[in-house]
Design a protein around this ligand. Structure first.
Ligand code: FAD
Length: 147
């Protein structure tokens, strides 16, 4: 039986992270996630990664365990991990959104201060923010090729 879950975590981008790393991560993610039936959204903003992984519980935890070993980020914190009725990101094997000056207000909409700090967000705020970022990305034309 498939138990569908959504796991959300935040981590810090490593100092040695380079311009080609995101292309590599998205390429691998989209390939691997398609095989594993995982969908989600990856956000990079202000030195943080912020990601939702949705799919079968064991598949999601396996990919998260792999992500944890990746030296391109560190200090990962699980913000939320819960069973879900349906996916939020059915359309993306791994959508990608980068914070820009244009979408800055959206990123700050659930923050208590003027800095975006996903690592200190509560589960519900993290879920709502990722849903809003995904919806905004769809409205402006999707994220799949935004690298
Ligand atoms: P290989 O590419 O053969 O990698 C083998 C090992 O080397 C892995 O442990 C990998 O972490 C490490 N590695 C590979 N390339 C590099 C590099 N350039 N620098 C440092 N270490 C490296 N993968 C997914 O499948 N799905 C995701 O949704 C996903 N999201 C990610 C989000 C973030 C923020 C980061 C940093 C990585 C993410 N990854 C994701 C990548 C993941 O961490 C693994 O690198 C990837 O899944 C390994 O693919 P592979 O099994 O084909 O192994």
């Amino acid at each position: 039986m498939t138990i569908l879950v959504r796991l959300i975590y935040a981590s810090k981008v490593s100092p040695q992270f380079g311009p080609m790393d995101m292309r590599d991560i998205l390429g691998k993610s989209r390939h691997n996630n398609t095989q594993a039936g995982i969908t989600g959204l990856l956000v990079m903003a202000d030195g943080y990664f912020f990601q939702a992984l949705e799919g079968d519980r064991s598949a999601v935890h396996q990919v998260y365990a792999k992500i944890l070993r990746d030296s391109r980020h560190n200090s990962s914190v699980v913000l939320s991990s819960a069973e879900i009725e349906k996916r939020l990101f059915t359309d993306w094997t791994m959508g990608y959104v980068l914070r820009t000056e244009k979408n800055r207000p959206l990123f700050l909409s659930y923050s208590a201060d003027k800095y975006f700090d996903p690592m200190s967000m509560r589960a519900q705020a993290a879920e709502m923010l990722l849903a809003d970022i995904g919806e905004h990305a769809r409205q402006i034309g999707g994220t799949e090729s935004a690298v």
